[in-house]
Design a protein around this ligand. Structure first.
Ligand code: SR1
Ligand code: MG
Length: 426
């Protein structure tokens, strides 16, 4: 039987695959024995499609009689949802996501939604519904503080990255894991959208016209091209650890007590700094947004201090939580000075990768609400321009950084270049 959803990227799409909708998802849930511990036989269920990401369908399903009994089903479409069927994408990415989720749940269950099952015929994962949490980006836009976030994300990063690296895995397992997580098409999205397209003229770039002079200056900046090419090479070749691959603040769900990391479909063996930089870069995108979102200077300074303290604290937690890994390694093969050098390289990579993650969100196809959600074009351009300058500075000055405090100093010294007036020029 040929499946009508087959396309160039999905020649072997399972014959039973069909995208679900709010009605069919309920019938589907009722067939799954794994969900019997959540839903009772024959009871009335309700569903809503809540996916606001760029790629997939996401359904919340709950018992009508008790909405606290609830699950999430995430199903891959055979194309990029943001663009439509003109941009086919392997549905098999759902398998990668399910496997990564399983590893993250084993290593840090307190920060990973509980997976119930993966259905390889429907390219679908059922997992815990985080119904008392919100997407972190949305909270930060409203200046909500998450007092335990630095501790939680520092731990998540240290465990998921450290425990999947060559420092911990045996020689054979590591190579087998690299093979299991080969994720070429999703990596290609990142190679194009994060490292390449923002720095050349392409139709997919989506910056606002007010930013044109700064974008053109960046695209003509050879030093920036050289350093960005180095980051891209590192992304493509440095199989250091199993990384989440898309750890922006839209992939984090929080409340004042808890933090969960969701959506690891971009997972593959890549550089640790790509994940750490994603978190740091997205905190600085929010920092830039408050240039205009928070007009009161004292309030702005106060919230920015929370953001920069979070960046500093998460790195220190990462280092602290990584220490038990160093304590296990052979000190002859890996002397103390090598360990310090390793951590410094991860820090500098985080600065460069964070920079790339910031600039792509301003110039490239997929933006972030922190900045692109600012309604007034003048105000939006001021915030966007500051984000670009922070990104550029983090990239170009990363090799001089010796500590996370240096990184924060580089970022906080930046000013917007827009409007094109003297007081705004760096
Ligand atoms: C076409 S996918 C665009 C972006 O959405 C995801 O969240 C990734 O960041 C990707 O680059
Ligand atoms: Mg995502």
């Amino acid at each position: 039987m040929t499946n009508q959803y087959r396309n160039a990227m999905n020649p072997d799409l399972s014959p039973n695959y069909r995208p679900l909708d709010v009605k069919s998802v309920i019938d589907y849930v009722k067939t799954r024995p794994e969900l019997r511990e959540v839903f009772r036989e024959g009871e009335e269920l309700e569903a809503a499609e809540v996916g606001d990401g760029n790629l997939n369908l996401v359904f919340r399903i709950w018992a009508k009689a008790d909405p606290e009994r609830t699950v999430v089903l995430k199903q891959a479409l055979p194309y990029v949802r943001l663009v439509g069927s003109d941009w086919p994408m392997p549905a098999d990415r759902a398998r990668i996501e399910a496997q990564a989720l399983e590893i993250e749940y084993r290593l840090v269950p307190e920060h990973t939604p509980r997976p119930y099952f993966y259905d390889p015929e429907m390219y679908l994962t059922a997992m815990q519904n985080l119904n008392h949490h919100i997407i972190m980006r949305k909270g930060l836009i409203k200046r909500v503080r998450y007092p335990h976030f630095a501790e939680h994300i520092g731990r998540f990063l240290a465990r998921t990255l450290g425990m999947t690296s060559d420092l911990v895995l045996d020689y054979r397992t590591k190579k087998e894991e690299v093979a299991r997580f080969i994720n070429p098409e999703l990596c290609k999205i990142t190679e194009d959208l994060v490292f390449t397209e923002p720095y050349r003229k392409t139709e997919r770039n989506a910056y606002h016209k007010e930013l044109e002079p700064q974008v053109l200056a960046f695209q003509a900046d050879e030093a920036l091209h050289v350093e960005m090419a180095k980051m891209k090479e590192k992304f493509m070749t440095h199989a250091q650890a199993l990384i989440h691959g898309d750890l922006h603040t839209g992939s984090i769900m929080v409340n004042e007590r808890e933090t969960f990391v969701i959506d690891p479909e971009f997972a593959f063996y890549g550089p640790m700094g790509f994940d750490i930089g994603a978190v740091i870069g997205n905190l600085f995108l929010n920092y830039a947004a408050h240039e205009v979102r928070t007009p009161d200077p004292a309030e702005r300074a106060d919230f920015r201090k929370y953001l920069t303290d979070t960046v500093i604290d998460l790195w220190h937690v990462f280092e602290r939580e990584f220490q038990p890994i160093w304590d296990q390694v052979d000190p002859i093969d890996m002397p103390k000075r090598y360990q310090e050098d390793y951590m410094l390289r991860v820090l500098q990579d985080s600065a460069g990768m964070g920079a790339a993650k910031m600039m792509r969100r301003i110039i490239g196809l997929a933006g972030v609400e922190d900045i692109r959600g600012i309604q007034d074009p003048e105000e939006r351009s001021i915030a966007a321009s500051l984000a670009l300058n922070i990104g550029r500075a983090l990239l170009l000055e990363r090799e001089k950084m010796r500590s996370i405090e240096d990184l924060v100093e580089v970022a906080t010294a930046c000013r917007p270049a827009y409007p094109w007036k003297d007081e705004y020029l760096n």
